[in-house]
Design a protein around this ligand. Structure first.
Ligand SMILES: O=C(O)CCC(=O)C(=O)O
Ligand SMILES: [Fe+2]
Length: 324
């Protein structure tokens, strides 16, 4: 049996390179878990039509930053991954209150195999990007976890494909006849074909409330099941020096345009900053600061929570034409 390496409480941080994830038990204490639960109950739904998600309040994000940074320092010392900036924090629940692309009607919400989409388009590099995933409501240890495809097991089966997947995002793994394909939602088409079912090599760390699963941005993952009502907090770290080209936002497939439209509350401010600074590229640090300013203004009600669909579509079209 393969188990996630955690011998006598010693975490092997280099597994973020060799396996794509690592597990730290009992990272949060009871008070912290309760604080996050209360924050979740009070958090409004984001205006995201791709899936149901809530934002972790800035105050609660701040209280955990120091503790998360300690993990980042260990990761930087023992692996190739470099992150230095807490960009955002959200809550993922296995229940959706509304119809979205992921849950066609209100009810159980379950993410199929994927690498994250929106964050790839915003930050352009999923290698120096980490997801700190912490269940805060977890009724059953064996259920509703996050299932991953470990790097080492994937590389063993399909080394060339593994290399292609490193550093990227916005993909899905789907059954296709007798095999499976990796679909590229960024540029369209497919990245490759898997001659086996990914569940043959998957791993599901059994998490309790307060356990921490650290995931690289480029690991393939899915919701184990939505049979219990689980809530997880997910803190996202980026590297402030990462270069984000303007074109990485606008170029690409129809699927990308649709998902960006569904999450235009994130992308419209990014385009605005490119306009304001008349730049062809920006550092992730600058873009992060601008997004945080906009989110604050929205909370304070001095800026509207979302832009119109038509306005965003015409923006996207002019961005695409701009590049020709
Ligand atoms: O909570 C889940 O089941 C999915 C979360 C996820 O896909 C993510 O954290 O990127
Ligand atoms: Fe995800």
């Amino acid at each position: 049996m393969i188990t996630t390496c955690e011998v006598e409480n010693r975490t092997d941080y280099s597994e973020i390179d060799s396996r794509g994830f690592l597990l730290i038990r009992s990272f949060l204490n009871e008070d912290q878990i309760q604080r996050l639960q209360t924050d979740f109950e009070a958090a409004p739904l984001e205006v995201n039509a791709n899936y149901s998600v809530r934002r972790i309040s800035a105050a609660v994000q701040e209280t955990l930053q120091g503790q998360l940074d300690t993990v980042n320092q260990r990761i930087a010392a023992e692996s190739s991954v470099r992150v230095d900036l807490l960009n955002d924090g959200v809550y993922f629940a296995t229940y959706s209150e509304k119809s979205t692309l992921t849950s066609l009607r209100p009810g159980p919400q379950q993410f199929p195999w994927h690498q994250d989409h929106e964050t790839y388009w915003l930050w352009n590099d999923m290698r120096n990007y980490l997801n700190f995933y912490l269940p805060i409501v977890k009724p059953v240890v064996e259920k509703s976890n996050l299932t991953v495809v470990p790097f080492d097991r994937f590389e063993q089966r399909v080394p060339d494909l593994h290399r292609k997947m490193i550093g990227r995002g916005a993909s899905r793994v789907l059954p296709s006849g007798k095999s499976w394909i990796i679909k590229d939602d960024d540029q369209g088409g497919k990245i490759g074909r898997l001659p086996f079912d990914p569940s043959e090599i998957e791993e599901t760390p059994q998490l309790r409330a307060g356990d921490l699963l650290v995931l690289r941005g480029d690991i393939i993952h899915r919701t184990q099941d939505a049979s219990t009502r689980r809530v997880a907090a997910s803190f996202r770290y980026i590297n402030s020096e990462t270069i984000v080209p303007r074109t990485s936002l606008s170029r690409g497939s129809v699927a990308k345009a649709l998902m960006m439209l569904n999450a235009r509350y994130l992308f419209e401010p990014a385009f605005e900053l490119f306009d304001q600074s008349a730049a062809t590229e920006l550092t992730a640090g600058k873009l992060d600061a601008h997004l945080k300013r906009v989110m604050l203004e929205r909370r304070e009600g001095t800026q509207s929570a979302n832009s119109g669909r038509l306005a965003f579509l015409s923006r996207l079209l002019s961005e695409k034409l701009r590049r020709r």
